[in-house]
Design a protein around this ligand. Structure first.
Ligand SMILES: Cc1cc2nc3c(=O)[nH]c(=O)nc-3n(C[C@H](O)[C@H](O)[C@H](O)COP(=O)(O)OP(=O)(O)OC[C@H]3O[C@@H](n4cnc5c(N)ncnc54)[C@H](O)[C@@H]3O)c2cc1C
Length: 251
C-alpha cells in the first residue's frame, strides 16, 4: 500500500466526484493529521510495536485505554488502536498491532517501514479503566496487550487481576510490558480455552471492583453472561469489543 500523500483540496474534490462517500471522505481528510513511523519492531510472532511521531502527538492529553484512529493510505481506510505509551514532550507514541493476516490494518502493519507516513485522528475515549487506587479485574486478548500494558504502566490494577487470552508465543512480551505476573491463557482452536477463561473470570465475582472486558466480541459476551449468571451486578461490568469474528473494523 502507498503512504498517504494528503491530497490537496482540488484533487480531493476531483476524487469526490463520483464517490458516493465523498462527504465522509472529505471530513476524514480535514480531521486527520500527519504522523511519521519512526520505528517498527516485531516483538512476538504476530505482534509489532510501532512508534509514531508528529506535532499532533505533542498537543494531545493521554490516559490509558484511549483509542486513536490511523488512516492508513490514500484510500482513507482507517483502523483503531490503543496507545501503549505516549510521550507528549517528544511528540511520540507507541502502539502494539496484532497481525491477524486478514484485513487492511494487519496487511499495513505487516508491510510497515520507518519514515512512512499515515493519518492520525483522536484520541477519543474508549473504555473506562480503573484508576490506580481501585481494585478490579481486566480481561482481554492479543488486541488488548497495549491496553493492559498502559494500565500497568500507570499503576492501575496494582494487584494485577488481569487475564489475557493469547495465541502461542505472545506471552513472551508480557515481562517487557510489566505484565509478568498476570494470568494468561493460551488461545485454543474453536474457543477450547473458554472453560478455563470462565473459571478464572468467575473469581472476579468474589471482589467488589469494576470488571473491564475488552477484545473479541463473542468472548466478551460469554464472560459477561457467566458473570451475570453468578450474580455480578451489571454496573460493575464495562465492555469494549475490539474485534468480532467475520466483521471488519469495529470502532
Ligand atoms: C477501541 C479499540 C481499540 C483497539 N486497540 C487495538 C490495539 O491496541 N491493538 C490491536 O492489534 N488491535 C486493536 N484493536 C483492534 C483493531 O482495530 C482490529 O484488530 C483491526 O480492526 C483489525 O483490522 P484489520 O484491517 O486487520 O482487519 P478487519 O478488516 O477489521 O477484519 C478482517 C477480518 O479479520 C478478523 N480479525 C480481526 N482481528 C482478528 C484477530 N485478532 N484474530 C483473528 N481474526 C481477526 C475479523 O474478524 C475479520 O473477519 C482495537 C479496536 C478497537 C475498537
Amino acid at each position: 500500500m502507498n503512504a498517504p500523500t494528503f491530497l490537496p483540496q482540488t484533487q480531493r474534490l476531483q476524487r469526490a466526484a463520483g464517490d458516493p462517500n465523498w462527504m465522509q471522505r472529505s471530513m476524514i481528510t480535514r480531521m486527520m493529521r500527519p504522523v511519521v513511523v519512526e520505528d517498527v519492531v516485531t516483538v512476538a510472532p504476530r505482534l509489532r510495536r510501532i512508534t509514531l511521531s508528529g506535532e499532533v502527538l505533542a498537543a494531545a492529553a493521554f490516559a490509558p485505554g484511549l483509542r486513536v484512529g490511523l488512516v492508513l493510505d490514500d484510500s482513507l481506510v482507517g483502523r483503531v488502536y490503543t496507545p501503549l505509551t505516549w510521550d507528549r514532550s517528544a511528540g511520540t507514541l507507541t502502539l502494539l498491532l496484532y497481525l491477524n493476516g486478514l484485513g487492511p490494518g494487519s496487511h499495513w502493519a505487516q508491510a510497515l517501514q520507518p519514515r512512512q507516513t499515515c493519518g492520525f485522528m483522536g484520541p477519543n475515549t474508549s473504555v473506562a479503566l480503573p484508576p490506580p487506587d481501585v481494585r478490579g479485574w481486566m480481561f482481554g486478548d492479543e488486541t488488548s496487550l497495549a491496553t493492559a500494558g498502559a494500565l500497568a504502566a500507570h499503576g492501575g490494577l496494582a494487584d494485577r487481576r488481569i487475564v489475557l487470552v493469547l495465541p502461542e508465543g505472545h506471552e513472551r512480551v508480557l515481562a517487557d510490558l510489566g505484565l509478568a505476573d498476570i494470568t494468561w491463557i493460551r488461545r485454543g482452536p474453536e474457543d477450547k480455552h473458554l472453560p478455563e477463561l470462565l473459571s478464572v473470570m468467575g473469581q472476579a465475582r468474589l471482589d467488589a471492583g469494576p470488571i473491564v472486558l475488552t477484545g473479541e466480541a463473542a468472548m466478551i459476551t460469554a464472560v459477561r453472561r457467566h458473570l451475570r449468571d453468578a450474580d455480578v451486578a451489571a454496573s460493575r461490568i464495562k465492555t469494549r469489543a475490539y474485534w468480532a469474528k467475520g466483521k471488519a473494523a469495529l470502532s
